[in-house]
Design a protein around this ligand. Sequence first.
Ligand SMILES: [Zn+2]
Length: 408
Amino acid sequence: MTLPRIVIERCHYLARCSQDAGAITRPFATDAMRCANELAGEWMREAGMAVRRDNVGNLIGRFEGIGDATLLLGSHLDSIRDAGKYDGPLGVNVAIAAVQRLHDQGRRLPFAIEVLGFADEEGLRFGSTYLGSRATAGTFDRADLDRVDADGVTMREAISAFGGDPDHLEDDRWQGGRLLGYCEVHIEQGPVLEERDLPVGVVSGIAAQERYSITFRGVAGHAGTVPMDRRHDALVAASLFIETAEGYAQWHEGLVATVGQLTVRPGAANVIPGEVTLTLDVRHAIDDELAVASSSLLAIASDIGKHRGIGVTTTKVSEHRAVRCDPLLVSLMSRAIADSGIPVAALASGAGHDAVAMSELTEVAMLFVRCKRGVSHNPAESVTTEDVAVAIDVLTRFLELLAAPTSA
Ligand SMILES: [Zn+2]
């Protein structure tokens, strides 16, 4: 079987490591993750790598080089609920395939390669993203250990049960000498490459992102007896905000704003909604533009509240600054794409990736692979064997260029 075909098959194998029958659901530190780590660990060994895991549960395969420097490759092995087969696993498997090629040819590069299969990127189990890559980058927040999953299990307990030591997560910070960077292959999760008829594209940067929780507090009341002009309906205020946020983002180039979660209390057919809490996710490739947009949107929420006699409170849940991919790694990746006979397209990533967390540790770069109709976070996620072949070729060429940047 050809290497690209093997990569696709392996993504299908990993799909069987799931806690839900008939769907792919692979949360952090579960039996499904153990299954994925065992499979990927076996493939790493076949490719000539020494395999270990760290306390948080990341899988790490090391392919020795001649010099003292190390290049990190990888992506995540966890998934959302009812996921597709390629978001995460494709990047791990393409990295293993590139190393496999070196191993088969008996080649050693002037640097070691470590392939990382991160234990958590999606945050499905504990609602906190990048657990794996933050541990590697040395930015793991110990306060997260007290988070509790839907069954009442703390993260501390989950890490112990998975075989790690939650009191020594700082040991997971990468410490192997000189780092050349972290490079991640990932499906695009958007339609741009397909629209341009390109199999791969180099990522210029990852958008800044802020997430807020906004609560509208009105007055609950009887749906039959409170006249329309006396109401302080929290849901109507929230609805106005949702529509205004959409319009605001449509009028601001490069901005995306999403309300994805809504909790209505008391939540009964015959009661005027007294309180609504919603999530607001805002992203832009430029930090300053995002800051202006966020403060404008929060001001809009508070204005809507004022006009309708409704209290509005906002809490910032998370924020990530924009990540610029390293110019040197981007230029080598661009050259690797061109050397493979493909027109070079650079695109910004609106989705967050492990590269965001890894940028706290080292320079980062990403290669996007076209996915069918841009569909992702969905069982219909699909890539072609031909595109995977291009991704492996480009990554292999990238390694060669990095090994001999002046002469190649
Ligand atoms: Zn992903």
